[in-house]
Design a binder for this molecule. Structure first.
Ligand code: PRP
Length: 208
């Protein structure tokens, strides 16, 4: 039997993603959150430890056969990969946020975001001209320092917004983590990937 490679996202999704694969017998002795190893070999799968935003990149290029990442990351990347399962964890929303009372869709609006492709499409679909400003983090600073009028960002607990005096102006997408698979791998390594997905699906249905 061959082996597969799994891209595991560091950070918020790491522990639950690791548990998902372990629940169907796919794990590795050195797979722990505090390890600094980037390639972790296992019996059925080798794990690549990657930045969440890069999961679709590894899967699309086939250097990872499958991975778990947020729907926000998939929407932004536009990667040509198969979204197989909604894992149900990592729930949050993509929202336009700013100071209370700001119109989230006025013509000429300046939008700071970690999701420039998603934001560009959103404003285009609404027929609203917008200047999209790409940031890599601490996006909430945008309206506070006058870099932008609003932000397009994920909101989970809402705490970051509250603590910075900002509000959700409009929710534009619901987000949760998704199991993704490389198109070719599903065919060439289906003997490993399909039973794994089926096992994960059953566990999800059983609420495990
Ligand atoms: C994300 C997001 C918000 C925050 C939302 O940032 O960009 O800032 O989490 O979470 P909350 O609603 O629970 O407060 P992240 O923590 O990934 O850090 P970053 O700003 O460095 O990207």
């Amino acid at each position: 039997m061959g082996k597969i490679t799994i891209a595991l996202a560091k950070g918020r999704l790491f522990q639950k993603s690791m548990d998902v694969f372990r629940s169907v017998g796919i794990t590795a002795p050195d797979l722990t959150e505090d390890s600094r190893l980037l390639v972790i070999p296992g019996e059925i799968a080798d794990f690549l430890i990657v930045k969440p935003v890069d999961v679709p990149v590894y899967v699309e290029h086939g250097v990872a056969d499958m991975g778990i990442c947020g729907k926000d990351t998939l929407l932004e990347s536009g990667a040509n990969i198969l979204e197989m399962l909604d894992m149900g964890f990592g729930k949050c929303r993509l929202s336009v946020c700013g100071y209370e009372g700001t119109d989230p869709f006025f013509s000429g609006i300046r939008v700071a975001t970690k999701y420039p492709n998603f934001a560009r499409k959103l404003y285009r679909d609404r027929g609203c001209s917008a200047e999209i400003i790409k940031l890599s983090g601490s996006v909430e600073l945008g309206p506070i320092i006058g870099l932008s009028d609003v932000i397009v960002d994920i909101v989970e607990s809402g705490r970051t917004l509250v603590e910075n005096g900002l509000s959700v102006l409009e929710d534009v997408a619901q987000v949760s983590s998704r199991l993704c698979v490389n198109r070719v791998s599903l065919k060439t390594k289906g003997d490993i990937i399909r039973p794994a997905i089926e096992g994960i699906r059953k566990n999800l249905e059983a609420g495990l």
